[in-house]
Design a protein around this ligand. Structure first.
Ligand code: ZN
Length: 81
């Protein structure tokens, strides 16, 4: 059973899963890639943390880009901590 699972191309290592999550920032993943990633994230303890960090980073990058592109509208949304 385990050997069978490991032989499937969908089973990814953490390194491959991380590469997919990074690639996802730049391009749309294929359906098989999205599925493989989802399967991995459901079974792995470390990668969901990495994904959360990526999402945080992406949000920060987007805000920074928004800020630099539209300086005059920078105060449209503020969240005081
Ligand atoms: Zn993993």
């Amino acid at each position: 059973m385990n050997a069978l699972l490991r032989s499937l191309p969908l089973m990814r290592s953490c390194k491959e899963a991380a590469a997919l999550m990074v690639a996802r920032e730049d391009r749309a993943l294929r359906a098989t890639e999205r599925w493989a990633l989802r399967v991995h994230l459901s079974m792995c303890k470390a990668c969901p943390n990495f994904e959360a960090q990526l999402l945080t980073m992406r949000t920060a990058m987007r805000q920074w880009r928004h800020y630099s592109e539209q300086e005059s509208e920078q105060q449209s949304e503020r969240d005081g901590a």
